[in-house]
Structure formats: structure tokens, C-alpha cells
Design a binder for this molecule. Structure first.
Ligand SMILES: Nc1ncnc2c1ncn2[C@@H]1O[C@H](COP(=O)(O)OP(=O)(O)OP(=O)(O)O)[C@@H](O)[C@H]1O
Ligand SMILES: [Mg+2]
Length: 328
């Protein structure tokens, strides 16, 4: 040993104690202002080259977290760091640099593409906005992106309605990639698509991840897709992460009561057989000694109240679960 400490590289992306609260009008005649705590203290990191999935029921704050990462939602508090440097508020890098950090692929490509713009215009727009002036450079980049997503440069003159759902999502992916970003936020990337073409888009996303050295944060309700694509999985419940870890740990040893409830709803019998989830679910693990799971009541969360102190406790390597310390 040289005695020198190795400088550890920061993760590609780090979210530290992120809060996003939305003001809501209180009860009639009430003067008390309430805030809906859509994201209520989320901390996680994304390593280079990995796919981290965020799962959890509708309204638990997944999209709000993703929108904060791409800069479309200002956090109430907390920090987001790219390669160790804060990217929000006064610390945000210049626009072009910011745009190259993370881009998003939305669930419904039809809604995210302007129906009155040709594919060429939709793809060229971010390039122009970010300073590419040369027409031939723009044309070349658009053609390259279309080829990468399995379309042809000739299709650039068409409008979104002239494409199938799967092709439209390919265009949505090309648009997200056109500025050559490091991270892609995939918000339900295949759930609006016909079951028969979901696999094609998933395989395209996996290929692009390898070819372009991308890192993904994926949001999905489809646990089969999550199991197939993810390196790690974060389980969100009413604005908080209640369990996070390697995908195998989450699927084969779901520990928090909410994760267990979520896993038990996997409709695909093959997935259940493969992971042995049914057997796993019968034997509910106890919380770590000296702790209880938090929140305890997973049927009646309070989306307005500040949560009680709790922490993510490591229960094995790369597997943490949210718990509350029992008072001595
Ligand atoms: N701009 C906004 N103003 C007020 N409330 C909002 C806003 N955006 C989201 N919310 C609320 O914040 C909560 C979290 O919303 P979010 O869209 O992040 O959920 P989600 O986990 O992505 O859900 P889904 O799975 O249905 O897409 C919800 O209660 C939602 O109604
Ligand atoms: Mg959402």
C-alpha cells in the first residue's frame, strides 16, 4: 500500500434530498396554505452505463423527479449533481451544457412531437436552438439519428401522423439523442405501444445504450420491462424511496411491505416463476434489528405532512430499505 487514498470518482448523477412541493388550496375558508409533497426527500445516484429504474404507483412522484433532472421542474430544496457538480439553481451550467446532461423520452410520442412539424424540423430544432448553424451539419446529424433508431433519412420529410406508434417512439428517441446527451430519462417509454412492438423498442434502447455509452433512468409500471432492462431498481412510495438496490435483490428479496405488495401484483406468471417471487412473498422478512419499516401504514399516506425521521438502512450489499429507528 502506498498510503495514498485513491480519489473516488463521483457518480454520474446524484440526487440529494430532493423535495418538490406543489401549493394546493386548503379546505374552503381555511387560511392554512398546504403543500402537496410530490417528491419528499429523494436521494439516489446513477452510475455511468447503468439503467436505474424507478417504480411505484401512480402519483408517487416519479415523473416530477425526472422533470427535475432535465431542468423542467424547479426543486423546492435539495440538489442534483452531474459528475460531482450541482446543476440546479444558480449553479446550473450554460444551456447547451445543461441540455447535454440529460434528455427525456416521454410515454406518448404523439403528444411530445409537434404534429405540424416534419420529422426533420422536430429533430433539427434542438440543434438550431443550441447553436448549430450549418445546414449540411444539421442534415447529416438528423440522417444519422434516424438511421440509429431504425428509420431512413428519406422519412425525415414526413409528419408524425404518417408513422406507426412504434415508429413515432423511434422519432421521440432520436429527438432525445440528437444533442448527444449523457443520460436519458425514459418515462414509461413503451407503455403506450402495442405489446407486439414493445420488445423491439426495448431492444433498440438497450442497443443504443451500448453503442452510445448512455446511462438511463427509466420509469415504468411494467415490472417485466423493469426486470429486463435494469441494473438497479428504486421503489418510490408517496414521494420517498422506500427500497433501492440491485434488480435481483429487489425481485428476489423484496423487503419493504410496499415493495412486496408491488411485486405481488406482477401479472406475468413466467416472471413469477423465474424469480420465485411467490415463494419469496410467503416469508416476509423482519425489519433490521432496532428498526421498523417506514412508513408503517402503506394504505393511508399523508401527502401533505412532513415525514417522520427515517433512513435507508443497508440490509445487504447494494440493497437498502427505509426504516425508522425504534426508540430505546
Ligand atoms: N405541476 C403540478 N402542479 C401540482 N401538482 C402536481 C404537478 N405535477 C405533479 N403534481 C402532483 O404531484 C404528484 C406526483 O406526480 P407525478 O406526475 O410525479 O407522479 P408519477 O409517479 O409520475 O405518476 P404516474 O405513474 O401516474 O405518471 C401527483 O399527486 C400529481 O398530481
Ligand atoms: Mg408519471
Amino acid at each position: 500500500m502506498s498510503g495514498q487514498t485513491m480519489a473516488t470518482e463521483p457518480p454520474l448523477l446524484e440526487i440529494n434530498d430532493l423535495h418538490v412541493h406543489f401549493p394546493v388550496s386548503g379546505a374552503l375558508f381555511s387560511r392554512r396554505k398546504q403543500a402537496l409533497r410530490a417528491v419528499n426527500g429523494v436521494s439516489l445516484h446513477l452510475n455511468k452505463g447503468e439503467c436505474l429504474s424507478i417504480v411505484g404507483e401512480s402519483g408517487c412522484g416519479k415523473s416530477t423527479t425526472a422533470l427535475s433532472v432535465i431542468g423542467l421542474q424547479a426543486p423546492t430544496s435539495g440538489d442534483i449533481l452531474f459528475e460531482g457538480k450541482s446543476i440546479i439553481g444558480a449553479n446550473a451550467p450554460p444551456r447547451m451544457e445543461r441540455a447535454r446532461i440529460a434528455q427525456m423520452v416521454f410515454q406518448d410520442p404523439y403528444a411530445s412531437l409537434n404534429p405540424r412539424q416534419t420529422v426533420h424540423r422536430s429533430l433539427a430544432e434542438p440543434l438550431r436552438l443550441h447553436g448549430t448553424k450549418s445546414r449540411s451539419e444539421i442534415d447529416d446529424r438528423v440522417a444519422e439519428m434516424l438511421r440509429r433508431v431504425g428509420l431512413t433519412p428519406e422519412q425525415a420529410t414526413r409528419f408524425p401522423h404518417e408513422f406507426s406508434g412504434g415508429q413515432r417512439q423511434r422519432i421521440g428517441i432520436a429527438r432525445a439523442l440528437i444533442l448527444d446527451p449523457h443520460i436519458i430519462m425514459l418515462d414509461e417509454p413503451v407503455s403506450a405501444l402495442d405489446v407486439s412492438i414493445r420488445a423491439q423498442i426495448i431492444n433498440l434502447l438497450l442497443d443504443l445504450k451500448e453503442q452510445l455509452s448512455l446511462s438511463y433512468i427509466m420509469i415504468s409500471h411494467d415490472l417485466g420491462v423493469v426486470e429486463h432492462m435494469s441494473d438497479r431498481v428504486a421503489v418510490m412510495y408517496f414521494g420517498q424511496i422506500v427500497e433501492i438496490g440491485h434488480w435481483d435483490a429487489i425481485f428476489s428479496s423484496p423487503t419493504h411491505p410496499y415493495t412486496r405488495k408491488l411485486i405481488s401484483t406482477i401479472p406475468d406468471p413466467d416472471a413469477i416463476l423465474q424469480t420465485g417471487v411467490k415463494a419469496v412473498l410467503r416469508n416476509a422478512p423482519p425489519p433490521p434489528q432496532g428498526y421498523r419499516f417506514y412508513p408503517q401504514d402503506i394504505t393511508n399516506p399523508d401527502v401533505y405532512a412532513a415525514p417522520a425521521p427515517s433512513e435507508l438502512i443497508s440490509i445487504s450489499e447494494d440493497h437498502q430499505v427505509r426504516c425508522q429507528r425504534l426508540s430505546a
